[in-house]
Structure formats: C-alpha cells, structure tokens
Design a protein around this ligand. Structure first.
Ligand code: GLA
Length: 387
C-alpha cells in the first residue's frame, strides 16, 4: 500500500483532516543462525527486514484509545486505564501490553487514534508481534517525549509479550527489530546484551525467505515445553558446576552431558543449545572472512540440529529445507524463528533464484499439498519515525 492511501484510510476512519497523524515503521526480522539460544543466554544473529508494521497515530482529547488495522476487520475502543487482555481480538494485546508498560513507567498518555498496517506475514516466524510492539513503543516514546532509550523499549516490549500477551519469548526479536541496521546483521550475546553489527555482503548470492503457510498450531505450548526442558538441563548440570544457563557450557564440554543428564530428550535439548552457540560464533567469523559457502554449511548444520536434537521442525519446514538443498545454487537453508511452521531462510546463487522458487514450490506442493510464498528481502533499519 502506498503512503498516501494509508493516510487516506486514516482520515476516512477517524475524520479531522486538519490534523495530520504521525507515521512510524518497525521492521520484522529474520534470524540467520542461533535458534532457541536467546532464552538460554546464548548467541543469535538476526537482521531487520524491509517488511514490517506501519503505524499512523494521533492524539485526541477524549480519554479513549481507538485501534484499527488495515489487515483485519477489527476496530477496538478502550479507556486508558485498567487495560486487560482481549481474548478474541488477539493482535490488540501487543499494543495494549506496550501501553501498559508505558503507564507502569509513569508516562502520562492522552487519548489516541491508531491505524496499523503490516506487510510481514502474521505468525510466520518473522516477528510480526515484536514489530507491532516496537512500532507502538517508538511512537509513544516520541509523542509523549518519554525519553526511553532503545534498550529500555526493547525490554518493555519483551515484558509486554511475556506478561500481557502470555508468550514466554526471549529477547532476540524485540532486540533485532529495535536495533536493526541496514545491510547488517546483529551478533548479540543474549546474556550480556552486548552486540556487534556485522555487514552482510552476499555478492553473487541472495537471501530468500520461504513461508510454509502452515497454519499456526501448537507453537506456543511447544515453545514453553522446550524452555522447561532447558531449565531441567540447567538444574541437572548443577551437579557438574554452578551454571546459570546452558550457554555457560562450551562446545568442548558437551561430553559431560551424558554423565549428568540421564533423560535422553533433555540431553538432546542441551546438546543443541551448546552446539548452536558454537555455530553462531563460527558463522560470524567466516562471514567476516567472506566465506559464504561455510556460512551456508553452518546454516544447514543448524537446521539439522533443530530437527534431530531440538525437534522443532516438522514435515513442512523439513520439506522446504531438504528439497531446497537439492537445487542448484543453494548453499544453505534452515528454519528461522520458533519453528513447527513459519519460514525458512536460504542463501541461493542470484542466477538460480527463479529456478529455486519454481522447483521448490512444485516439490513442496507435491509433498504437503500447501503452496509456499517467497520473499527476497532487503536488510533494513530498526523501528523509527518516518513521517
Ligand atoms: C521466537 C522467540 C524468540 C526466540 C526464537 C527461537 O521467535 O520469540 O525469542 O526464542 O523463537 O530462536
């Protein structure tokens, strides 16, 4: 949608053409490598996309919050105080959770009109939720001169999702969406929150995101189950040494898992986290050396570990990844995000991208009956005011 028609929709909905709303954008993200490590204090390597959520927002005199979106037929009005979770119109809980965080900080808000538009697919592992949270946050921070820095807003958005929405996510998504930098990925240590922007120069290769279009199912409950399994592993490993999280173990210590963790499932989960951290560190190193082929191999190993040890893939993701890898010019392909459905990310030789999309689409349809969507994203900047 172009910006003029977005403004036009706002005026049709809320009237008063004399007062222009402000325009904000927040990206979605794709994680290149480092999956299910963030809540284990490990390393991740995501980047912000040029797809995301747009928000038009305007102050009003009444003490009311009015929400609308171009994506669904959902209009909602609520008073400013005593915000509570909406059970049926779930997307609204992301903005409400963030507003709640601002109120908790003592920021005095007025009534507001909101109109959202997202061009990142929902629930597809590209952080549409973090994108809605952060676009809401940067707009409130700006409109009410709240003076909150990006890290504070990232943490508030994560809290909104953990406590208000009820999804126990780590910090990767909000961080990537908040701190994204054009043509760079973020090498983030999720324990210390120190990070480095690493240029992504793919030369003859291009990044392709493929959406399984599998309907979102048990992702949240399985996600929480994995978190509990990791907590269990940490508890058992206390007999080895006093660790706070699994990422305190280095790859060469994975031999001790057998001794201290008898449950084979819990042991596999820990093994994934430890090996994945090692892969992220190597991936960043080889990327800096321009060794994209090795970077691709590490992406492949990451997926294999997520399939075998972490068990968060499934028929759809595995079909895209393993059928994709058979095609010419594909040097790496893996699931991205929480898993179970959602998207894969692949690195494909530019000259082979059309064939990749056509042939993979065929093979995927044959095996799953579903039609995939493809995106060739650019790596963009983080959440910001754009008008
Ligand atoms: C989801 C969560 C993130 C992260 C990934 C898995 O996207 O929101 O915090 O845990 O899954 O790497």
């Amino acid at each position: 949608m172009d910006i003029n028609s977005f403004f036009e929709k706002f005026f049709q909905k809320y009237g008063n053409r004399n007062e222009k709303p402000a325009l904000f954008f927040s990206p979605g993200r794709v994680n290149l490598i480092g999956e299910h490590t963030d809540y284990n204090g490990g390393f991740v390597f995501p980047c912000a996309l040029n797809y995301g959520t747009y928000l038009l927002i305007r102050k009003i005199k009444e003490k009311t919050l009015k929400f609308s979106t171009i994506n669904f037929n959902d209009d909602i009005e609520t008073g400013i105080n005593g915000l509570f979770q909406n059970k049926s119109k779930k997307w609204i809980n992301y903005p409400l959770g963030v507003i709640n965080e601002f109120l908790k900080k003592g920021v005095e808000l007025s009534g507001l009109e909101f109109l959202y538009y997202g061009d990142v697919p929902n629930g597809a592992g590209l952080s549409s939720s973090a994108s809605i949270e952060m676009v809401t946050s940067v707009s409130l921070n700006d409109l009410f001169n709240a003076g909150l820095n990006t890290l504070e807003q990232v943490k508030m958005s994560q809290r909104a999702e953990n406590e208000f929405v009820g999804m126990n996510c780590g910090i990767m998504d909000q961080f990537a969406v908040g701190f994204g930098k054009k043509n760079h990925a973020i090498f983030l240590n999720c324990d210390t929150l120190t990070y480095e922007n690493v240029p992504i120069v793919l030369n003859d290769y291009s990044l392709i995101i493929t959406n399984t279009n599998k309907r979102r199912g048990l992702t949240d409950s399985k996600y929480n189950e994995r978190r509990r399994e990791c907590d269990k592993a940490v508890e058992l490993l206390q007999a080895y040494k006093p660790i706070r999280n699994l990422s305190e173990l280095k790859s060469d210590e994975s031999g001790i898992l057998e001794k201290f963790i008898k449950d084979p499932v819990v042991r596999k989960r820990a093994r994934h986290v430890i090996s994945e951290n090692g892969r992220v560190i190597e991936a960043v190193k080889v990327l800096k050396e321009n060794n994209i082929v090795r970077f691709g191999e590490l992406m492949n190993l990451s997926h294999d570990s997520l399939k075998e040890d972490y068990e968060v893939t499934g028929l759809e993701l595995d079909t895209l990844v393993y059928e994709g890898r058979k095609l010419p010019g594909v040097i790496g392909s893996r699931m991205t995000g929480a898993g179970f459905g959602g998207c894969t990310v692949s690195i494909v030789k530019k000259a082979d991208t059309i064939k990749f999309m056509t042939d993979l689409s065929e093979a995927y349809k044959k095996k799953t009956g579903l039609v995939p969507d493809f995106y060739q994203p650019e790596i963009g900047d983080g959440a910001r005011k754009i008008g």
